[in-house]
Design a protein. Structure first.
Lengths: 185, 82
């Protein structure tokens, strides 16, 4: 198909097959996007167990909504958007719990950002320091940096995933880069 | 931020981090069960409407009704002892 991005064409075919309930299409999407989504969710949540739960819910949502997907859905962006929204909902509940514990005087207080689960498995010292620096970023900046710099999304696509304007995404990205540079000094 | 740091960040994306095999298999299985269910529902419009009605109206009404009855019963018991 000249002029059509093969990735988009492939997504179109997978969407059609998902709509027909083809389990092999689910396998193909799952195998293609699982690791990237898991890495994104783990770096966002900073906990493997939470990332696994959110990953499962993301793919269950894909299966549940397969029949209402638009024919031109870009599956990668769609999955990242769902995963991101699930993480935001999860975080809201965690914050509510934290507030309740604080009211009861049971909250241990801030102990700084937890380490990234990927810090231990980092291959090099630079990687380890980067994982630590990313884990310490505020959540909005962490999201911007992960989507654009680590996942290599165009800022416009990343903005769509995050549900913000491209300009806001660029600002967050610029702040995130400055913070990372500061932490790595 | 230096180009070197940018490159290192991009490399983080190429490193493979994945769930363990058991978790991967569990999520795959649940996803396929959900796909089979939603396919079944989409092929039977009546069933889909029933499923939607149950999830959005009947189940919440049953839960709300049960909670209201329990509260009324508990309130009546308290009034009885006062």
């Amino acid at each position: 198909m000249p002029g059509v991005d093969p990735r988009v064409a492939e997504d179109g075919e997978l969407v059609q097959r998902l709509k027909r309930g083809d389990p092999a299409a689910f396998d193909a999407v799952y195998d293609r996007h699982r690791a990237r989504l898991f890495a994104f969710l783990t770096r966002m949540a900073r906990r493997r167990d939470v990332a696994e739960d959110l990953l499962q819910e993301t793919f269950v949502r894909l299966a549940t909504h397969a029949h209402s997907l638009d024919d031109d859905t870009e599956l990668g962006a769609w999955l990242f958007r769902v995963a991101r929204n699930l993480f935001v909902s999860h975080r809201r509940w965690v914050l509510l719990d934290a507030d309740r514990l604080r009211e009861l005087g049971l909250w241990p207080g801030s102990r700084g950002a937890p380490a990234s689960p990927f810090e231990e498995t980092a291959a090099t010292e630079t990687e380890r320091r980067l994982e630590r620096a990313i884990a310490e970023l505020p959540v909005d900046y962490r999201e911007a940096l992960l989507l654009v710099t680590v996942e290599q999304m165009e800022p416009q696509h990343a903005a769509e995933v995050a549900g913000i304007k491209p300009e806001a995404m660029r600002q967050r990205l610029s702040r995130a880069r400055a913070m990372i540079a500061e932490k790595l000094k | 931020m230096s180009d070197q740091t940018d490159g290192a960040l991009a490399e983080l994306g190429s490193a493979t981090h994945d769930v363990d095999d058991a978790t991967a298999a569990r999520i795959r299985r649940r996803g396929k069960v959900a796909l089979a269910r939603s396919t079944r529902l989409s092929r039977t419009p009546g069933l889909a409407a029933l499923d939607r009605a149950y999830n959005k109206a009947i189940e919440p009404a049953l839960v709300f009704g049960a909670a209201a009855l329990y509260l009324a019963w508990a309130f009546a018991k308290v009034l009885h002892f006062i």
